[in-house]
Structure formats: structure tokens, C-alpha cells
Design a protein around this ligand. Sequence first.
Ligand code: PMV
Length: 355
Amino acid sequence: MKREASATAHPNIALAKYWGKRPGGANLPAVPSLSVTLAGMETHTRVSFLPGLSRDRLVLGGKDEEGRPLVRATLMLDRVRELSGLSTFAEIVSRNDFPTASGLASSASGFAALAFAALGAAGLAPDGADAAFRERASDLARRASVSAGRSAFGGFVELAAGPAHPEQGMSGDRLVARPLAAPRAFEESLRVLVAVATEGAKAVSSTDGMGRTAKESPYYAAWLEEAPRLHRGLREAVLGGDFEAMGMLAEASALAMHASAVAAGVVYWNGVTLELMRAVREIRARGTAVFFTIDAGPHVKVLARESDAPAALTYLRGVPGVVRVIETRPGRGAELRLESEGARASSALAGEAVS
Ligand code: PMV
């Protein structure tokens, strides 16, 4: 029988960054992180387990993918086959409405959408089990890309550090993201302006970048010590609805993460990144509370209040070299649509917008 499901997911932007893995190969983060899931950018993925296939197939943005992206997708599908008892291969058809692999968190929304669609297609999304399903999907996505575990949920989301000595193959290596309750007004008035600093794909993947940082950076130990403190501060700022404290700490987390990477020769910034950082500080010096954060790529994400967003947007668009600026706001977690034969017309398992 043909089994098929589709899912959508949004990227998330970490305010308290994850950078560095626990040893042991279970893709467990060495530090806790806190993110906000973004509406306004989306990945759509369809998974079909098809009896005729001789191997898994991945079509990304209309192009057949081989190599690392296919290997990572196949690893996730292998786990779903193990959980479900299915033995057929699958075709994955996925598209983003924003640039892929460029530090715009396409792996977060990509693997979250894939986890939801693959579990749904394999019949592992029982009706009425939304919370348990979402947790299972978060864990599955996190094994492929740590940030993807957070995109299972909407709004502000936390992921703890992995256990220092995970028990391999047991539930000891399970790690699930959790939504963080936040005052509604605070969440509703937050805007994240994504300033795109280049159209091209990034040179160093986040996995390679953090691997090199852990091995070669004299400041990696300092990062491991500082990151939980920044995370605690951010948690308090978000829960307390303190926008300015949140912004300052998000900036500090991004700078500390990049400082540890730069010391290992891992530089994600380009000239436009530096211009954007300068622009954000200039807007702030004039009295408007805006703050930046940067992931494993050159783009700059600017945190602003809703009322300040239009002016900040205009200013950022005028920074030389900026390709475009996308306005986003907190959004929903990943969502699944079941489309198996017979029930193709759609039972929808909608994601909860978390407040
Ligand atoms: O989820 P990964 O393995 O692609 O790593 C993401 C790392 C950062 O985006 C830089 C930080 C984060 O917490 O999302």
C-alpha cells in the first residue's frame, strides 16, 4: 500500500544559541538553547513510502539530491522504518520559500517537516495523540539537526543540554524540545527582521563548524561555561516580558558563539554582516531598541518591537550589499497532513500555536 503524508514547518531563530555537541554520536547538544519559531518562512515536505523504489529519493526545490543531504534524510527514514516495521523506501519532495543552506535555518524547518511527514506517512501519528506525537517528532528531528527539534513547537521554545553521558540505543539519548510559556502581548509584538547578506549557500556546515570549534578553539571551554548562564538570563527575560534584556542577551549569546568559532578559523560573516551589525547599533544609539543575532551564516536577524519594525526595516534595506529583508514574527510549530490512500482527502493534525 502506498503511504503518504505532507507536513509544513517553519525555521526558528535561537536567542540563546546551541553550539557544540556531546560526545557519543547521538547528536545531543552540549549547551541549552532557547529559540523563537518564525512565521513567514516555510518548508513544505511530502513523504511517500512506495513499494517500487530500490532506495530513498530526495527532491529538494525540484532538484534530485545526492550525497550528504540524502544520507541525513535516509538516516531519519531508517529510524522511522525501525519504529514502524515498514521496509519500503520513500520519496521525499521538499521545497522552501526561502534560500536553502545559507544560515537561514533551512535545516531546522527541513528536518522538522521531514520528521512530521515521515512519521505520519508511516502511520505513527495516531489521532488524538498530538502531544506525544509532537514530542516524538521533536526527538526524531533533533537527531538530524538539533535546531530542528525546536521547530516542532511554536512560539518560544527551549531545548535542554543533552545528558553528559548518554546511554546509547536506550531512551537515555532521547531529548525533546519544550514550549516556554510567555506573556501573549510580548510574543505578539515581537518582530524578527531577517536581513539576507548573500544569496549563496554557506561554505561550512554548522556540524563541521562546531566540530572544528570544539577541537581547535582556545575559547570553546569558555563558551561551554558561558552558554548556560546566557540561557538562564534569556529564559528570565522572556518569561518576564523584558524585551530589552532579551535583546541584549541574544546579542551577547550570538557574539560569544561566533567568538569561539572565529578563534578556530570558522568565520561565517561577510562584509555585509559587519555593516548590518553596525547599522543595528546605530539605530539603537538613536534610541530605538533593536538587537541582532547571527547563526551559522552571514545573515543578520534583527529583533524589534512591532511599532519600531517599519522604520528599522527601511533602514536595514538601505545598508549596502543587503539582498533583501524578510519580516517575520513568532509562528506555529510544524503541522502534519495525512494523505494515505482511502483517507487522502485529509485528516489534519494541526500544530498548536504555543503561548
Ligand atoms: O541545528 P544545527 O545542527 O543546524 O545547528 C544550528 C546552530 C545554530 O543555528 C548556529 C544555533 C542554534 O541554536 O540554532
